[in-house]
Design a protein around this ligand. Structure first.
Ligand code: SAM
Length: 251
């Protein structure tokens, strides 16, 4: 399963990456007056746990055992979130939590699904989990603003005598299809002692196709952004992401 091998490294560089902070703040700003959140593709739980720490009940749905393992390790022997955080092995297309939610978050994950039929199936399943008046936050990888990037050193961190590095690369692999590689290495005393790498198939869509997928799943955008900082969505050619806050068309 993707992310299983790279999960231990996933959060290491967050301190230098505003994206994680933007996401947490974006979601937290939409929790006023609500008590429960479903976080789908919750990853290492960085946002799910922040929500639980604020007193919300959170269902974190995550298919990768490696990512769920990091979430559990973050909890460790701290039982303070046990009453509020439920970690569910599951998938956006098929999960059934048997209840509805006023807020659902499906972030940095929809583009990992293979093509538009899978996208619509996942969005429709999540729309079916929305309580009346509820909101689903989701983002798409935009085709228009995407450019190939050769492998570059994206981040580096020293922990004790070890240097951790993350490399990333983005290559076009076909129509609406990109191969994005995240590679990690650990170096001690000039020797690389560990490597881990994941290549993700990223399924992109034009802005019009994103909106069509939402409509096909019974969802309508109520607010649209270019990223989780809240940057306005202007010309899609200037954005690599489309963040949509959505509601059910009916009800
Ligand atoms: C880039 S991480 C994002 C994690 C988290 N949402 C965040 O924003 O930090 C993508 C996550 O989506 C998960 N994922 C992949 N396919 C999925 C699917 N079909 N349904 C739900 N989650 C999926 C991966 O296992 C991974 O943990």
């Amino acid at each position: 399963m993707i992310y299983d091998t790279t999960a231990p490294f996933y959060d290491l560089f967050d301190a230098d990456d505003p994206g994680a902070l933007w996401h947490r703040e974006f979601v937290l700003a939409r929790t006023k007056g609500i008590d429960a959140v479903m976080d789908v593709g919750a990853g290492t739980g960085r946002t799910a746990m922040a929500l639980a720490e604020r007193g919300l009940r959170v269902w974190a749905v995550e298919p990768s055992r490696g990512m769920r393992g990091v979430m559990l390790a973050r909890l460790g022997d701290d039982t303070s979130l046990d009453e509020r955080l439920t970690i569910v092995p599951g998938d956006a297309q098929t999960c059934d939590l048997g209840r509805s939610f006023p807020l659902i978050v499906f972030s940095h994950a929809l583009y990992l699904l293979d093509g538009s039929a899978a996208r619509v199936a996942a969005l429709a399943n999540l729309a079916g989990h929305l309580a009346p008046g509820g909101r689903l936050i989701v983002d798409f990888a935009l085709e228009e603003g995407r450019a190939e990037r050769p492998r570059v050193l994206a981040a580096e961190r020293r922990i004790g005598e070890a240097v951790y590095r993350r490399f990333s690369e983005s290559i076009r692999g076909g129509d609406r299809l990109w191969a994005v590689t995240w590679a990690f290495e650990v170096e001690i005393a000039g020797q690389v002692v560990e490597r881990a790498e994941d290549t993700f198939r990223i399924s992109t869509a034009t802005l019009a196709e994103c909106r069509a997928s939402l409509a096909a799943a019974g969802l309508r955008p109520v607010a649209e952004f270019a990223d989780y900082s809240g940057r306005a969505l202007g010309d899609p050619a200037d954005a690599s992401r489309y963040v949509s806050e959505t509601a059910r068309i009916a009800g």
